[in-house]
Ligand binder design. Structure first.
Ligand code: AMP
Length: 303
């Protein structure tokens, strides 16, 4: 679940009018490379294009939990990237249909085993957990500074109910009040999630569980055109991979991180969701191989 949205994006390379975005959209598209029975919980207005709904459906996404509100407007977000492409400013957030979103879970959603709570109000994220009669095998969640600023208590409550939090380094620092990511990881895991992934943009991602840490690189790319949705694509790919392999061991989470990172590396090559809807499974497999060889090495001799 997550926002299904219109975005307007400005990067040093160009600017878009309203294009389709939203955390839920990226998550669903990314996970569709690994599973074909994923279900979405979201809300849009009747201004949302049918073509994207058709695309999602054709990729196996069950849309029966997607509400389309007559006469209302879809969530709108606008952001501008700085020259380094790692940081951005939010210019506009118009909640529109999200303001009074009451997530409805059709009966067919009750067997969900892998739940990805994409970026949305923490109260709505919690409602989805509460409306599932059986606890999924893994509940993962994303959030952002927007919710830390306006709904910190709600956020802490939801955090206490999940297994895995996926956030970026800046958000981890804000949430924990710690600059060191190791210290931040400890503080955040004390809030509830046993697992934590901290994304570091072009510098890869860290996975924490117990005393274990895994670091995955990001693929060095010649051009990053638009990073919007890379985080959600990562999360969707990660969860899709875990769901397809049905294995939540630390070792398998390492593989899932590489799968998510590979998909995210495609996402940034064009504006919005465009690149994700073009790539083939073969291209994805080739990129996963590039990730593996990027940091695989053997020590020639002992020291
Ligand atoms: P990411 O680049 O992965 O952080 O995600 C970007 C997506 O998040 C955009 O497509 C936006 O539509 C969506 N988004 C931005 N702000 C919010 C918010 N406050 N709540 C839900 N989704 C948001």
């Amino acid at each position: 679940m997550g926002s299904v949205a219109f975005d307007a994006i400005e990067t040093p390379f160009g600017k878009t009018d309203k294009i389709i975005g939203g955390a839920g959209t990226y998550i669903a598209l990314a996970s569709s490379f690994f599973v074909n029975d994923q279900k979405i919980v979201a809300v849009v207005g009747d201004d949302f294009p049918q073509s994207m709904l058709d695309t999602l459906r054709s990729r196996g996404v069950d849309l029966s939990g997607l509400q389309i509100k007559k006469g209302e407007k879809t969530f709108f977000w606008s952001g501008r990237y700085h020259n380094d492409m790692n940081s951005r400013d939010t210019l506009v957030t118009e909640l529109n249909v999200l303001e009074h979103f009451d997530p409805i879970l059709p009966a067919s959603y009750q067997s969900t085993q892998y739940l990805m709570l994409g970026n949305l109000s923490p109260q709505v994220q919690r409602t989805v957990i509460e409306r599932l009669e059986n606890r999924p095998k893994l509940i993962a969640m994303d959030t952002m500074n927007f919710w830390m600023d306006i709904a910190k208590d709600e956020l802490l409550h939801t955090l206490s109910m999940i297994d895995l939090l996926i956030i970026n380094d800046e958000e981890a620092r804000q949430l924990s009040g710690e600059y060191s990511l190791l210290k931040a990881a400890r503080v955040i895991r004390d809030m509830g999630p046993k697992y934590l992934i901290i994304k570091k943009g072009e510098h890869g991602a860290l996975l924490f569980h117990g005393d274990q840490i895994f670091f995955a690189p990001a693929l060095p790319l010649e051009e990053v055109f638009d990073p919007t949705g890379a985080g959600d694509t990562f999360a969707g790919g990660f969860m899709g991979f875990l769901a397809a392999t049905d294995d939540i061991s630390f070792e398998n989470m390492k593989r899932a991180i590489i799968a998510g990172s590979a998909l995210a590396s495609f996402c940034v090559e064009k504006f919005g969701t465009e690149r994700l809807t073009e790539i083939t499974k073969a291209e994805l497999e080739q990129r996963i191989d590039e990730f593996v060889s990027l940091s695989a090495f053997e020590m020639a001799q002992s020291i």
